[in-house]
Design a binder for this molecule. Structure first.
Ligand code: MN
Length: 333
């Protein structure tokens, strides 16, 4: 932790209020395990200080996180039991007001706004901004807050913070998996984090339909260009036959990138009126250029496009572009 001064300001704001305050904790839209775990943990800590706490997110809690402690308390921004105006609103793991989605309206009317995050790109949009770019997860900031405020970290809070750690280290597989991350994980387990249950429920378990759709994605796997480009697809008939949706195909593209020798991966998902393309690269080959040139977007190593054409047409169109660009790059080297 580097910014002790800001942390102390936040603790002062929480502690010094004699009477209980109306607090609201917010996640970014399409919540992941870090934003959600941080928000629920902070909500619980604030209640320990006697404050009235509401929790809101622009989108519903994803199915895989519904088992988390206090997840049942989360409300959507339109919920009539939410107040018009709060004394303190907290934003967790969110880079801008825009990313709060519909829940952003509470930010505009709040008396105090506290922005807690670990993204260097954070827009500092709060009255208090506590950004620790070196932290493993935003949950780690909540842990520091609890420790410094002298709050007892319950096993429920430890479980929530453990979810933030697993999410942002990719279950201890990303490059931010270092000794600090592991020793923090050890502390959380000592505090009673239900680590086995969390790993199984949030990261391992999938519904039957997802496993079946995944199988189809692997069944259709092809290698081209000397095994350096992998591509596969899932048709709308397959999705329909398992009563599955786009969500059930999310792991496929990353999984095909595990094929030895593969540098670029392309996944096609056929929807009702369009085809969704996911592109991946594990080298310097920039897939976002292909995405942008075809009306999509993304990053160098992960990009996507939605095209209002049937799968058969999109498949040839995009694969030809990928092969062409890939060979252009190869010839330059
Ligand atoms: Mn995060």
């Amino acid at each position: 932790m580097k910014d002790t001064k800001t942390l102390n300001n936040i603790i002062e704001l929480i502690k010094t209020s004699e009477k209980s305050r109306n607090c609201l904790v917010l996640s970014h839209q399409n919540p992941d395990g870090d934003t959600l775990g941080s928000m629920l943990a902070l909500g619980e800590i604030l209640t320990k200080f006697g404050h009235n706490v509401d929790r809101a997110i622009s989108d519903p809690v994803p199915e895989i996180y519904k088992f988390l402690p206090f997840a049942n308390l989360v409300k959507l921004p339109g919920d009539s039991s939410l107040k018009e105006k709060y004394d303190i609103v907290f934003s967790l793991d969110c880079g801008s007001v825009k990313r709060l989605g519909k829940a952003g309206r509470f930010w505009e009317t709040a008396i105090n706004t506290v922005n807690i995050d670990h993204h260097i790109s954070n827009e500092n949009f709060g009255t208090i901004n506590w950004i620790e770019a070196h932290a493993t997860s935003t949950g780690q900031l909540i842990y520091w807050l609890a420790k410094n405020a002298g709050v007892n970290v319950s096993n429920e809070v430890a479980t929530l913070l453990y979810v933030t750690l697993l999410t942002d280290t990719g279950c201890f597989s990303n490059s931010n998996t270092n000794s600090e991350a592991l020793s923090w994980g050890s502390e959380l387990i000592q505090l009673g984090a239900e680590h086995l249950n969390v790993y199984r429920k949030a990261f391992l378990e999938k519904p039957f339909k997802t496993i079946k759709v995944f199988g189809t994605g692997l069944e259709n796997l092809n290698l081209i260009e000397d095994g350096q480009i992998a591509w596969t697809f899932v048709s709308k008939d397959v999705l329909k036959s398992f009563s599955a949706s786009g969500e059930d195909t999310e792991d496929i593209v990353d999984h095909i990138m595990r094929t030895k020798g593969v540098k670029v991966g392309v996944f096609f998902r056929e929807d009702e009126n369009e085809t969704k393309v996911s592109l991946r690269s594990n080298t310097d080959f920039d897939v976002s250029k292909i995405a942008v040139a075809n009306g999509g977007g993304g990053h160098k190593r992960a990009a996507g496009i939605n095209i209002k054409l049937p799968l058969v047409k999109v498949k040839d169109l995009i694969l030809n572009k990928v092969i062409e660009e890939y060979n252009n790059e190869r010839n330059k080297q």
